[in-house]
Structures are given as C-alpha cells and as structure tokens.
Design a protein around this ligand. Structure first.
Ligand SMILES: [Zn+2]
Ligand SMILES: [Zn+2]
Length: 117
C-alpha cells in the first residue's frame, strides 16, 4: 500500500478542502494527516479508485460500508460494496469518523438510507 492518496482525488475531493457527501449531504471538512476518503457521518464513499487514491475507476457509484474490522496497524478497516457495480473496496477509518456509525456497521444495524438527506 505505502504512499497512497495525495494528488489523486481532485475530482470529488477537490484541493483536499473537503466535499459534500453524496449520500447524507454533510459537508465533510479536510483531513489534515491524510486525504479524506469518506464521509465522517455516514461513512459512505464514492467509487473512484481501483486501488486507494489512483482515481482510475470510472464507476462513480456510492460505496456503502458493509463491514468494519479492527486492524492492528490501521485502526479500523471499512469494507465497502459499490451500490452501482457491486465491487468491494477497503478504506481505513479516519480519527474523526462518527464512532456510533462505526458501531452500527459492526453490529449490522447500519443502513445507509437512514442517513439520506
Ligand atoms: Zn455522509
Ligand atoms: Zn462501482
């Protein structure tokens, strides 16, 4: 994995100044220690990467968190499934992610529709 993110997410995460979540409409602020990859509120993301940060995927579907697993090096890893193409994707949690949402995913009570704007 190594040096991921940086230049790659301009389309949806312009200038690393944050973005508006495609699912819940939250304005997600920029993440200072890494590039922002997903919404802090509902944890949804957009399917724009094949590998994290490469932005080579033209799908653009909504990535919905299906499972979260603890990882000794990365904190928590979110497993996503794309609503549009059905492919899976992984992303680590950010330190300001809503922990209640993380718990909902872990407890299988999460439903992205509950966050729809
Ligand atoms: Zn959201
Ligand atoms: Zn997709």
């Amino acid at each position: 994995m190594g040096n991921k993110y940086n230049i790659s997410m301009k389309k949806f995460f312009k200038n690393d100044e944050g973005f508006v979540c495609a699912n819940c409409g939250k304005l997600v602020g920029k993440l200072n220690y890494s590039s922002r990859g997903h919404c802090t509120n509902c944890l949804c993301s957009i399917h724009i990467d094949i590998h994290p940060g490469d932005r080579l995927n033209s799908c653009g579907g909504l990535l919905i968190p299906t499972e979260i697993t603890p990882n000794s090096k990365k904190g928590y890893v979110i497993n996503y499934t794309c609503q549009k193409c059905g492919k899976t994707h992984n992303n680590r949690t950010a330190e300001d992610d809503n922990f209640k949402t993380i718990l909902k995913v872990m407890n299988k009570t999460y439903n992205y529709l509950n966050f729809k704007k």
